[in-house]
Design a protein around this ligand. Sequence first.
Ligand code: ADP
Ligand code: MG
Length: 698
Amino acid sequence: LVLRKDLDVADGKGERNPHTGRNFSRNYYQLLELRKKLPIYNHRDEVLKIVGENKFVVLVGDTGSGKTTQVPQILSMKYGKENNKLIACTQPRRIAAVTVAQRVAEEMDVRLGDEVGYSIRYEDETSSRTILKYCTDGLLLRESVTDPLFSKYSMIIIDEAHERTISTDILMGMLKQVVFEREDFRLVVMSATLDAEKLQKYFNNAPLISIPGRMFPVDIKYLEEPVEDYLRATIEAVSQIHREEAAGDILVFLNGEDEISTAVKDLEESLRNVPGEGHASGVHVLPLFSSLPSNAIQKVFQDPPPNKRKIVLATNVAETSITIDGIVYVVDPGFAKQKVYNPRNRVESLQVAPVSAASAVQRSGRAGRTRAGITYRLYTEDAFESLTAMTYPEILRSNLNSVVLQLRTLSMNPVQFDFLDPPPPETVMRALECLLYLGALDQTGQVTKFGKAMSVFPLDPELSRTLLAAPDLGVAQEVLAIVAMVSAAPNCFVRPLNKAREADQAKRRFEAEESDHLTLLNVYTEYMIHNSSSQQWCWENFLNERALQSAAKAKEQLERLLEQQGYSTKSKRIGFDYYGQSIAIRKAITQGNFMFSAVECKRATYLTTKDNVEVKLHPSSGVRTRPTWLIYNELVITTKAFIRTVTQVEGSWLLESSPNYFTPDHFTNDVVSYEIAKLTGERKKSRSAMNTNLRQAY
Ligand code: ADP
Ligand code: MG
């Protein structure tokens, strides 16, 4: 009953906000009017009742029905203070977690970070007052390492479950267990698609709350004929909408930073001051992707300058969860970058592929959020009919190393884990083997002390091990910077096509001839020195300032975590000449990344040791020493195979980093096997017994 009142508390003006004790603001009442029109509004009692009576609930509703912003809010009134525990609501994407939290804080008339907050990797905006926290699924999963029963939370709401990210899938499996083990815990799973039955079954026949109806009609238009160049078609479609269609902003789905940056420039050049229907002064073009800094993201959500039409070019971060007010037109070329993992050669790559029908529907749903809209699908209706229904779960197309390590840290058997869609056992076994070679697991499959420390970092196990190797080698600071750069600022070099030569020259000043990783370190170090004038400095040196900002933030967090693990993060400078320091850093890189090694097999051609791909150094590499052995950060397969971000290493360092891995008979390829036999001085002997033991343990 108190609840009922809480829900209605703001219906009369001049009432006090129960959270702040202050009168509600005018903005609050304005937003309340909008909230009352959402389909979920009349289902508040039902939501509270069913959640009150059940520990598992599945909630399904069309996009725009109010799931993400309203359901956690409604539930937080009751469960957000229960036993001093709070509610967490997970989002697959960082941007969604941040912007939704902002919106909900505004709707509840509280300051962001007080009652409503968010937590994403490298950023925490919550406090002891927080009753509702939006966070990424990955972040919540990581919390389980230190708190396997999620004891801080009275309830966890998994949102956008239809996206089926790895973290969401694992969380669902883990939380299912937590519900059985904790009396005082509830789980709500929300999804935009109607594949609720599978979820209900998985959660022991959980009851279903179904919210009908989208808010505003969305008209869908298809092309009559397929197009060849979707980028060109996109630019043309946007120009045409701007010239001919009534007032309203445009949201365009593209793939990746590069594509978006090019299109932003194209549209600015061609349309900036071109008046269109209802927008006398032209267009205001903005990019939206996850590595943008928060102030650039904010711009997307703000009103454009007067009389300008806002055009947002986004990756599929804009596909779910977020609402950009004013969007009337959606342009969807029908492609998305997807992670594809091949367990046979363990290559994980991002490929541009057609979206699923479910994604296409989500995208068009972005148009009807605040008023009626139109979606232009830049493909034919036949093509739509032939799209696969659902996005293939990420867990079935990924490298499982960190996932498996996390499960092992929680003493779960990854081969028997209760997955909604179990990954192939072979992929799981391979992950277990990698972890064994990295020293994260022992031969019986138990997590080592080292493995525990590795699991704390929000990084792939290879990079965590690199970090952990650094303090002993006296190069903690340097390696922290390198790992931060590799993980948070992979594309820090800007290379505009019309200034490619100048950009290359600028890059050369940072280059270390023996290591691209050291080049990244040089960039980072110089950047920190020029911190006070970094914008100008980055511009002059063809560097992406926001990538470097993210790296600096990442380094801070990694440093804190390393200290918490009891490591000293100071570097020993005494007694180091440049070369000694370079060796120590490259040894640390080898310690973690020895599986990503390559050996020269022909002039300027290398063979990767684990999947035997013949590769060249990527043209962006500054390594000119023609070493026999290399470590690479990334294998890129386009028209040719390249390794990118490489470092010269010694064969003996590889042996030191994992003697069990580098035995000649571990490798089936003759060239690799021969080169390793040269290092070890051995001949081929039988397959290492260690590996067999591990397989038997599961
Ligand atoms: P769902 O999760 O069911 O797709 P949401 O809770 O995200 O729905 O949003 C419901 C509606 O609330 C949107 O369709 C939109 O009308 C409104 N809304 C949400 N966030 C914003 C925002 N930041 N600005 C303006 N309107 C918003
Ligand atoms: Mg949503």
